[in-house]
Design a protein. Structure first.
Ligand code: SAH
Length: 347
C-alpha cells in the first residue's frame, strides 16, 4: 500500500517539498488541491514531473465512493473503498442549519457491542488520519463545497470503529480538520462518540481541542450495561461520569449521552428513574434513539410511543433530553449495517 498524502499537515507538506528541493509555494498548491477533495493527479498547476513523483509514493485517491444510497429525506449513505480493498461507510444528514457527516474511524471494531453491526467481524484495521479526513474532503467536494465554503458543516465520529481505540490517528485527524489554513471545521461542530474508554477521555480533555464528547451509555447499571457492551466490564459508569466532569472542567463543553432504546432491556420506568438519579444536575444532554435492529442480533427496538413516553419521563424528571428522529430509514442501516450487507453479498 502506498502512503497517504492527506495524513500530512500543511507543515508536513512544506517539509516534504523542502526535502525534495521544491519551491515552498508548491506545498500550498498541493494542500489547497487536497482540501478541495482533488486527487493528486487532478491538482492544477503542478508539473507532471512533481505529480509523477508524488504518485510513485502516495495514493492518488485513498478514499473512493463506490456506491451512494439516497433517502427520500435527503440523507445520503456512502460505501467508500480504501486503497487496500477494505470497505467503510459514511452518512451525510441534511438539517436546516447545515449538513452533518458521520465518519468511520476504523474498519470494523473490536468493542463487541451486541446491538452494533460494525463489530460483527471484529476489528480489521485502524484508519489513518488521512483516510478519516478524506471521507470528509470527498463528500464535501461531491456537494460542491471547498475549503472556504463548506458543504459539510458538522462532523460526527459515529461511523464504524471506536475513535478512542485509534487515538493517535483520530487526534491527528482532529488537528488537521480544525487547522485554520485547511478545511477548518470548528471543534465545536465536531462530536466524538465513545463507548467509554476512560483513560483516553482524560487524554482528550488535555489536548485543548474542545470537540463535543458523546458517551454511548445505553444502560443505567454496570451489570445491565455489561450485558450488551463488553467494555462495561472494564470501565464503570461512575468512572465514566468522573471523566466526563473532567472533560467539562477542561473544555467547558456540555457532554452528551447516547441511549439506544432496546425493548425489555433499558427503557422501563425504573430505568428512567435511575437515569434521572444518575445524571440530574450534570451539564449534559441525553440523546435517545430507537434501536436500529440488526439482522444478526436478537435485540428488538421499541415502538415510537414507548420511546416518547421514556423521553417524557426523563424531561419531567429534569433531564435535558431529545429523541433523535430516525433518518434515512428507507435506505437502511445504522452503524456498520451497510458494509455488513455489502460483504454478505459476497463482495
Ligand atoms: N464506537 C463509538 C462510535 C460508533 S457508534 C461509540 O460506541 O460511541 C455510534 C452510536 O450508534 C453509538 O452510540 C452506538 O452505541 C450506536 N449504535 C450502534 N449500533 C446501533 C443500532 N443498531 N441501533 C442504535 N444505535 C446504535
Amino acid at each position: 500500500m502506498k502512503k497517504i498524502l492527506q495524513d500530512l499537515s500543511f507543515a508536513g507538506l512544506e517539509n516534504l517539498m523542502e526535502q525534495w528541493g521544491e519551491k515552498k509555494f508548491r506545498a500550498k498548491q498541493i494542500y489547497s488541491g487536497l482540501m478541495r477533495g482533488k486527487k493528486i493527479s487532478q491538482i492544477p498547476a503542478l508539473s507532471s514531473e512533481l505529480k509523477g513523483r508524488l504518485l510513485e509514493l502516495y495514493e492518488d485517491e485513498p478514499v473512493k465512493i463506490i456506491s451512494t444510497l439516497r433517502s427520500s429525506d435527503g440523507t445520503e449513505k456512502y460505501l467508500f473503498g480504501l486503497s487496500d480493498g477494505n470497505i467503510i461507510e459514511g452518512v451525510l444528514m441534511k438539517y436546516k442549519y447545515g449538513n452533518t457527516q458521520c465518519v468511520s474511524t476504523q474498519v470494523g471494531c473490536r468493542m463487541g457491542c451486541k446491538f452494533c453491526a460494525s463489530t460483527l467481524g471484529g476489528l480489521v484495521r485502524n484508519l489513518s488520519s488521512g483516510e478519516i479526513l478524506s471521507q470528509v474532503l470527498t463528500v464535501n467536494a461531491l456537494h460542491g463545497g471547498n475549503e472556504k465554503d463548506r458543504a459539510v458543516t458538522n462532523i460526527v465520529l459515529m461511523g464504524s470503529g471506536e475513535p478512542l481505540d485509534n487515538y493517535e490517528e483520530v487526534l491527528s485527524f482532529l488537528k488537521n480538520i480544525t487547522a485554520s489554513g485547511g478545511i477548518n471545521v470548528s471543534a465545536r461542530n465536531i462530536s466524538l462518540s465513545t463507548c467509554g474508554l476512560v483513560p483516553k477521555i482524560y487524554s482528550l480533555a488535555d489536548e485543548g481541542l474542545p470537540v463535543n464528547l458523546t458517551i454511548s451509555l445505553h444502560q443505567v447499571t454496570d451489570e445491565g450495561r455489561a450485558r450488551t457492551m463488553p467494555v462495561a466490564k472494564k470501565y464503570k459508569i461512575a468512572e465514566i461520569l468522573k471523566a466526563c466532569s473532567y472533560y467539562f472542567q477542561k473544555t467547558g463543553r456540555r457532554y452528551i449521552f447516547e441511549y439506544s432504546l432496546i425493548a425489555e432491556e433499558n427503557c422501563d420506568k425504573e430505568h428512567a428513574e435511575a437515569l434521572i438519579k444518575l445524571l440530574k444536575g450534570k451539564p449534559c444532554h441525553v440523546n435517545l434513539i430507537r434501536l436500529n435492529e440488526v439482522e444478526e442480533r436478537e435485540l428488538k427496538t421499541v415502538t415510537e410511543k414507548q420511546a416518547y413516553s421514556f423521553l417524557e419521563s426523563l424531561t419531567k424528571g429534569g433531564l435535558s433530553a431529545t429523541l433523535r428522529r430516525q433518518i434515512g430509514v428507507d435506505v437502511g442501516g445504522a452503524c456498520g449495517q451497510l458494509r455488513a450487507g455489502y460483504l454478505k453479498k459476497g463482495n
